[in-house]
Design a protein around this ligand. Structure first.
Ligand SMILES: Cc1cc2nc3c(=O)[nH]c(=O)nc-3n(C[C@H](O)[C@H](O)[C@H](O)COP(=O)(O)OP(=O)(O)OC[C@H]3O[C@@H](n4cnc5c(N)ncnc54)[C@H](O)[C@@H]3O)c2cc1C
Length: 593
């Protein structure tokens, strides 16, 4: 089929592209209804991919290959009862696009199951549109528990013109106090992960309390270093229900984002206790609830009994402090990048920054700009990518001009092998765009890499949450020698006045900033919920055995314990699925484990 043919209308008035999708959906529904494994397999290319977000499997589940996909679909259909597959109304119409170098027809469809309504994406190769290459199925809502938005919004009669009764504010204050009830869900952390999930749960009428140890919502961003702005553009970063104003800058500065989080919590009527630290908890299996200790700002403790505990406490919770030879002898100041705010106070002094990830580079640049003599120390090889144009390539989907919900859906269709291939293709272009930057860094002695399978920074983010720098100017300062570069293996030990190198020379320093990263969430689990829970749950974040993010956004081996983390986009997208699972458990539609 060529481009001209796609716009040709068939006799029924449907264009050829839509007709291909419709035909595939009809065949798919018939094969599913009959649980006919070979007919289902015949609708997929031999090397095809199906990602299910709850609709069939109640988890985030990838499958690969026609045979495996057909068996899994036929097996799960018995309980799912998926039907009514049709091109989705009011969404982007099927169209021809290029994905991973292949011409495809991409269609968004809708369907229903025994318990809910779903949407999905199917990608049919343009050369062979009778068989699918990629399929996504995603549960969007539960029947009878739809989000109360737009036409279903509340009337407000419970508090509007409620003469003599509680008005909206009175009710909000009472709701937040939890004096006479327990929250169903306790979320630890009011960053983007916690707030997005609380907003989604609120829409599903699940009583949710967020506890945040900082004094104000948004302090998790405000307290980061002075010069920080987001690395990807605003249109990728909206939170659910309440997009950023169209007047806002493309790259949001940290304090602006922090303030937005505060508005967001208020506007979405979220129950948040600030100055309140989750101090630990134990799970009572018989009662199906947690005993959760929350320490309030005044030092008092409150014991809560939520049925669900969500760790949204960040992948940068506990700073990792490496043991460095001779550090105790160093007479200067030592801070972790977590507590570093600004270089201004160090003007005219000498600083060392250990670590060449994002924080290390940004801190070094922040120190250099007011006139601190700064040297960055490299331990491991690092991926460097220009924030513009290269880093933007991974978000090219978001530049296609489609509604955000549609792009999110299309973006979530990728399983691990497709994600890897996509990043590899993007990296090929990045390397071309950044070739001078990379060559000059290497010439300067900077250790540079593209990740174990040439997937660049995005896969490093998924695998270990670091190991890369999105260049906003520091690389040129290193290339020019304006910021010094020292390899860690050149160091003999720290001494009172700075570091002594293996050649016997001393590099003097007044300040050492450790941009050495953080312990994983697993360590937070160990410290807050104990070794047994940490062992039961296993790795958190990183790539699990099935290629999905380990323990993220789905039920875990510990009943009642959930993990929520990720970029603003991931939090926007997967908060919906996590909230739906909790709601389904609460309504008896899903087992808690
Ligand atoms: C320079 C830089 C640029 C970035 N740019 C982008 C970008 O453009 N787009 C993007 O999507 N992401 C970006 N990120 C990354 C990412 O968005 C953040 O790391 C983000 O903060 C993760 O959100 P979170 O809600 O999971 O965790 P956090 O923001 O870390 O929030 C966790 C919260 O939990 C609280 N908490 C922890 N423990 C407890 C406890 N025991 N009790 C109570 N509260 C607790 C913390 O105080 C904190 O407020 C950037 C990060 C940096 C450093």
């Amino acid at each position: 089929m060529n481009q001209a043919e796609t716009s040709v209308m068939t006799r029924s008035g449907v264009d050829a592209t839509s007709a291909a999708v419709q035909r595939w959906l009809e065949s798919f529904e018939a094969a599913l209804r009959d649980a006919d494994t070979s007919a289902i397999a015949g609708l997929f290319l031999p090397d095809s991919h199906w990602r299910d977000l709850l609709a069939f499997t109640w988890s985030v589940t990838p499958h690969r290959g026609a045979g495996q996909i057909a068996q899994a679909l036929a097996r799960t259909q018995a309980a799912t009862l998926a039907r009514g597959f049709a091109i989705a109304k009011n969404r982007t119409a099927p169209r021809r696009v290029r994905r991973l170098g292949t011409e495809v027809i991409e269609g968004i469809f809708e369907f229903e199951t025994a318990v809910g309504r779903g949407v999905g994406v199917v990608r049919l190769p343009a050369s062979e549109p009778a068989r699918a290459w990629v399929l996504l199925t995603s549960l969007e809502e539960l029947k009878g528990f739809e989000e109360k938005i737009d036409a279903r919004r509340p009337t407000g009669s419970a508090y509007s013109r409620n003469f003599g009764g509680d008005n909206w504010l009175d009710q909000r204050i009472k709701a937040q106090a939890y004096l006479d009830r327990e929250p169903t869900v306790l979320i630890v952390g009011a960053g983007q992960a916690g707030l997005a999930l609380a907003a989604r749960l609120g829409q599903l009428d699940v009583d949710t309390l967020v506890v945040e140890k900082h004094e104000r919502i948004g302090d998790n961003w405000r307290k980061r270093y002075h010069s920080l702005a987001l690395h990807n553009q605003i249109h990728v970063n909206h939170l659910p229900y309440m997009p950023f104003p169209p007047t806002w800058p493309k790259y949001i500065p940290k304090d602006m984002l922090g303030d937005w989080f505060e508005f967001y919590a208020s506007a979405l009527e979220l129950n948040v206790w600030t100055g309140s630290e989750f101090a630990g908890g134990t799970y009572d299996t018989a009662a199906g609830q947690w005993r959760a200790v929350v320490r309030r700002a005044d030092g008092s403790e409150r014991v809560l009994h939520p049925r669900h505990l969500v760790f949204a406490n960040g992948v940068s919770g506990i700073p990792r402090i490496p043991s460095l030879p001779g550090l105790d002898d160093f007479a200067g100041e030592v801070v972790h990048s977590h507590s570093f705010t600004s270089g201004a106070a160090w003007r005219g002094k000498k600083a060392l920054v250990l670590g060449t990830g994002n924080s290390g580079h940004d801190v070094a640049q922040d120190l250099h700009s007011p006139g601190v003599d700064t040297t960055i120390i490299q331990r491991g090889s690092t991926t460097v990518v220009s924030v513009d144009p290269s880093a933007k390539l991974n978000y090219a989907l978001y530049d296609e001009g489609l509604p955000l919900d549609d792009v999110d859906l299309i973006a979530t269709a990728a399983t691990y092998p497709l994600i890897v291939r996509g990043y590899q293709l993007a990296v090929e272009r990045m390397v071309e765009l950044d070739k001078d930057l990379i060559a000059n860094l290497i010439a300067r002695g900077f250790k540079y890499d593209l990740g174990e399978d040439k997937t660049g920074h995005q896969m490093k983010y998924r695998r270990r949450g670091g190991g890369y720098y999105l260049d906003v100017g520091c690389s040129q300062l290193i290339i020019d020698g304006a910021i010094g570069l020292l390899q860690f293996d050149q160091i003999d030990r720290f001494v009172a006045e700075g570091v002594r190198l293996k050649d016997g020379s001393i590099l003097p320093a007044d300040l050492l900033v450790l941009a050495t990263g953080y312990y994983t969430q697993r360590e937070l689990v160990r410290r807050l919920l104990g070794d047994a829970v940490a062992e039961r749950v296993g790795e958190i974040w990183g790539i699990g055995p099935d290629g999905e993010m380990a323990n993220m956004w789905k039920r875990t081996a510990q009943e009642g314990l959930w993990f929520m983390a990720g970029s603003l986009a991931q939090c926007r997208i997967y908060s919906k699925h996590l909230a739906l699972q909790i709601k389904a458990i609460e309504e008896g539609l899903l087992q808690s484990r």
